[in-house]
Design a protein around this ligand. Structure first.
Ligand code: PLP
Length: 469
C-alpha cells in the first residue's frame, strides 16, 4: 500500500535547518535598545558570536600580560563554578576556604615571616589590590601623623613612585586625593632611581611603591637597595617612618620561579604589602588579583568589614562586593595542578622564549634593544637610525597585523617620550615554535616595508598604538 504523507511541520524541523539558511539570520541585531521579542538561544548565540568574529586572536596578542590560555580541565572547572558568589561566605564556605588556602600559598611564596601575622585577600585584579594597599597606607599614615602632631591640613598626603607606574596608581591618587610624587626615569635609569628617591619623601608620604616590574620596559625596581635606604631614613624618623608597597602585578608569580635568588619580597623588612595579578603570570584568565600584608598591623581595622560566615563573621576587605568565584577557584586549580615545579618549568620556558626572541630580533640589524627579557619576559626595542629607511615602527605594527600578530608601538613615559618603542610580551602559551614563526613573519614584514612604494606620514608625533598594559 502506498504511504500517505501529511503536511510538513516546519516548527518541529526548525532546529534541523542549517543556521545560515534560517530566517533567524535575517534578524537585525538589537544594538542600542532592547528588542521587543525574544530570540531562540541558538539564534542569539550565533548572532553574538558572529559579532565577535573580527576581533583579534588572543594567542597572537603580544601586547598583553593577561592570560590567554588555560587547560580544558581548568576551563570546565571554572564554567561549573561561575555561579558561585565569592562574597557569600556562608553559602560557599569551601570556596572561602579555597581563597584562604591561596592567600597562605602566596604569602609563603613571598616569604611572609613566621613571626608576624600576615593577612590578605583575593581581588578582581591588581588595580583593586593596589587601591586596597594604597588605602591601608593612607589610613595607617594618618594615624601615625595624628599621633606625631602633624598638621594634617597643611598639605595633602603623597605617594612616591617612579615614572614607570601603571595607570592604576594615578587612579588611586585621583580617587583618594593623594599627591603623586613621581621620580623621573631617564635612559640610564629605566626603573626607580634609588639615589634620588628620598628627595621625594617627606612627613606627608604615605608610602613608596616599588614595581616588579615596570610595564613599559620589564625592569624590576631595585628593592633591596630601596629597603636599605628606607631603613636608614626610618632610623632618623621613628615617629613618621615610611614603608614600601610592592606592585608585583607581573613579577609576583614570575620572579620567585625564574629568579629565586632575587630578594624583593617580605624578606625585606620595610616591605609591608605586595600585590600581584593572578591573571598575569599566576596563569588564570582575567580577573583575579591578590594582596598580602606582612602583618595585620599594617591594615587599619576601620578598613575591614565583616560578612556573615557559618553563623559567625569573617573579616573582608574589598572595593567590590558580589562577583564570581570561578577565577579564584581557577587559581587554586593551577596551584594544585602545577605545584612549584610546574610553575618553575612554565615560567622558565617563557623566559627562554623571551631570550631567544631578543637575540633573534637584535640579529635582524634594524633594532636596538631596550629590554632583552632578562627580567620580565618582554622585549622592547627601537629602530636603529638609518637614513634610507622610510618606514616607522607604527608601519611595522600594521604590517605584522596582516599575519594576525598584535604588537604595540608607543612612546616611553615622561622624560623619555621622544623614544618610540615596540614591545613584545611573552606568555606561557607563546612557545618556541610560535616564536620561530613570529621571527619569520617579522623578517618578511621588514622586507615588504623596505620594498614598499608608498609610505606616507602626515603626523610624526609619537602616539600610542595598541594596548600596552
Ligand atoms: C597590569 C598591572 C597593573 C594592573 O593590573 P590589573 O590586574 O590589570 O588590574 C598594575 N600594576 C602593574 C605594574 C601592572 O603591570
Amino acid at each position: 500500500m502506498a504511504m500517505l504523507y501529511g503536511k510538513h511541520d516546519h516548527e518541529t524541523n526548525k532546529f534541523l535547518t542549517p543556521i545560515f539558511g534560517d530566517p533567524a539570520e535575517q534578524h537585525d541585531l538589537p544594538k542600542y535598545r532592547l528588542a521587543q521579542h525574544a530570540l531562540a538561544p541558538r539564534e542569539a548565540d550565533r548572532l553574538v558570536r558572529d559579532e565577535l568574529l573580527d576581533e583579534g586572536n588572543s594567542r597572537l596578542n603580544l601586547a598583553t600580560f593577561c592570560q590567554t590560555y588555560m587547560e580544558p580541565e581548568a576551563v570546565d572547572l571554572m564554567k561549573d563554578t561561575l555561579a558561585k558568589n565569592a562574597i557569600d561566605k556562608s553559602e560557599y564556605p569551601r570556596t572561602a576556604e579555597i581563597e584562604n588556602r591561596c592567600v597562605n600559598i602566596i604569602a609563603n611564596l613571598w616569604h611572609a615571616p613566621e613571626s608576624e601575622k600576615f593577612t590578605g585577600t583575593s581581588t578582581i585584579g591588581s588595580s583593586e589590590a593596589c587601591m586596597l594597599g594604597g588605602l591601608a597606607m593612607k589610613f595607617a599614615w594618618r594615624k601615625r601623623a595624628q599621633k606625631a602632631g602633624l598638621d594634617l591640613n597643611a598639605q595633602r598626603p603623597n605617594l612616591v613612585i617612579s615614572a614607570g607606574y601603571q595607570v592604576c596608581w594615578e587612579k588611586f591618587c585621583v580617587y583618594w586625593d593623594i599627591d603623586m610624587h613621581v621620580v623621573p626615569m631617564d635612559e640610564h635609569q629605566m626603573a626607580l632611581d634609588t639615589a634620588h628617591v628620598l628627595d621625594y619623601v617627606d612627613d606627608y608620604t604615605i608610602g613608596i611603591i616599588g614595581i616588579m616590574g615596570i610595564t613599559y620596559t620589564g625592569q624590576y625596581d631595585d628593592l633591596s637597595t630601596l629597603d636599605a635606604i628606607v631603613d636608614k631614613y626610618n632610623h632618623h624618623h621613628t615617629e613618621l617612618p615610611v614603608y614600601i608597597h610592592v606592585d608585583a602585578a607581573s613579577g609576583g608569580f614570575y620572579a620567585p620561579f625564574v629568579d629565586s635568588q632575587l630578594i624583593w619580597d617580605f624578606q625585606l623588612k620595610n616591605v609591608i604589602s605586595i600585590n600581584a595579578s593572578g591573571h598575569k603570570y599566576g596563569l588564570v584568565y582575567p580577573g583575579v588579583g591578590w594582596i598580602i600584608w606582612r602583618d595585620q598591623q599594617f591594615l587599619p581595622e576601620e578598613l575591614v568589614f565583616k560578612v556573615s560566615y557559618l553563623g559567625g563573621e569573617l573579616p573582608t576587605m574589598a572595593i567590590n562586593f558580589s562577583h564570581s568565584a570561578a577565577q579564584l577557584i581557577g587559581q587554586y586549580y593551577n596551584f594544585v595542578r602545577f605545584g612549584w615545579d610546574g610553575y618553575r618549568e612554565i615560567q622558565t620556558k617563557t623566559h627562554n622564549v623571551a631570550r631567544y626572541l631578543a637575540k633573534a630580533i637584535e640579529q635582524l640589524g634594524e633594532f636596538s634593544l631596550i629590554n632583552n627579557g632578562q627580567q620580565l619576559p618582554l622585549i622592547c626595542y627601537q629602530l636603529v637610525p638609518r637614513s634610507d629607511r622610510e618606514w616607522t615602527l607604527y608601519d611595522l605594527s600594521d604590517r605584522l597585523l596582516m599575519n594576525g600578530w598584535q604588537v604595540p608601538t608607543y612612546p616611553l613615559p615622561a622624560n623619555l617620550e621622544q623614544q618610540v618603542i615596540q614591545r613584545i610580551v611573552v606568555r606561557a602559551d607563546f612557545g618556541m615554535n610560535m616564536a620561530h614563526d613570529f621571527i619569520d613573519d617579522l623578517t618578511a614584514a621588514i622586507k615588504a616595508l623596505n620594498q614598499a612604494h608608498i609610505v606616507y606620514h602626515a603626523d610624526e608625533a609619537p602616539k600610542k598604538y595598541g594596548f600596552t598594559h
